[in-house]
Design a protein around this ligand. Structure first.
Ligand SMILES: O=C(O)C(=O)[C@@H](O)CO
Ligand SMILES: [Mg+2]
Length: 256
């Protein structure tokens, strides 16, 4: 049975962020993820996790100025200093929350830009080194260009090649089933081929990004295949509920 983590950026938005931990636990989740914890002190987040018996599955490094359009810093050579500072920030939150893996966003850049590629590879090597010392995995996630136009890491084959080429022991793939279906389709084959390098999985329906089982894919079949392949990590429920969050959790009963 998949180990589901509620994505608190997208789910339980009926209540303020810090109250979403309680809401997720009450709904039966034992783990959570979200995009960014940085509006709150590490201790505040840790306290919510402790109080509600939740595990932290994942969060992202600081992405730069999100509201100004930044979507990560790694592939931006002129933001290297900021990127280096973001590692220390993320590691502080990792220590406080006990998370086992952090997601590094690439930023907006062209893959054909040699300086961007060099910056991205250097950033990964630097981050994996620091994260490795802290006992953490680093994951990278291809994101579809419809949701995030101009995003550097926009292809699963490109990501798999980078991971193979860099050969860093704690570098893994974040396989978001929603993005995979939009970018390439062929989801089951993608899972089978990349299972040895997958560090985290996320799911949402395609194309609406709502509850699993409400879109064009047989998401329950995909989740059963993950089990059959021996995946033991978390599956982040990174979807926007079509209505009220708890009312939309019926799809999970297939895994009771
Ligand atoms: O958008 C997604 O998919 C994510 O997993 C985010 O963490 C990155 O934007
Ligand atoms: Mg995702």
């Amino acid at each position: 049975m998949p180990r589901f983590a509620a994505n608190l950026t997208m789910m339980f938005t009926e209540v303020p962020f810090l109250d979403r931990f309680a809401a997720a636990a009450e709904a039966g989740f034992t783990a959570v993820e979200y995009l960014f914890p940085y509006d709150f002190a590490p201790e505040e987040i840790a306290e919510r996790l402790r109080a509600h018996g939740l595990r932290q599955a994942l969060f992202n490094l600081p992405p730069g100025q999100w509201d100004a359009g930044d979507r990560g810093l790694a592939a931006l050579p002129d933001r290297a200093e900021e990127f280096r500072a973001s590692i220390a920030t993320a590691l502080d939150y990792a220590k406080a929350t006990g998370v086992g893996r952090i997601h590094m966003m690439s930023g907006l850049a062209r893959r054909e830009d040699a300086a961007a590629l060099r910056s991205y590879r250097d950033a990964l090597a630097r981050l994996c080194d620091a994260a490795g010392e802290a006992g953490l995995e680093v994951v990278i996630e291809p994101i579809n260009s419809r949701d995030m136009p101009g995003y550097f890491l926009n292809d699963f084959d490109f990501a798999a090649d980078l991971i193979a080429g860099l050969d860093l022991a704690n570098l893994k793939l974040q396989f978001d089933i929603y993005h995979r279906q939009i970018i390439h389709g062929d989801v089951l084959t993608g899972l089978r081929e990349t299972m040895p390098i997958i560090g985290h999985v996320q799911i949402a329906s395609v194309p609406e990004r709502h509850e699993p089982g409400t879109g064009e894919l047989d998401d329950l079949r995909v989740l059963r295949e993950l089990d059959a392949l021996g995946y033991e990590g978390f599956v982040g429920c990174e979807y926007r509920p079509a209505g009220e969050t708890v009312a939309g959790l019926g799809w999970m009963r297939a895994f009771d």
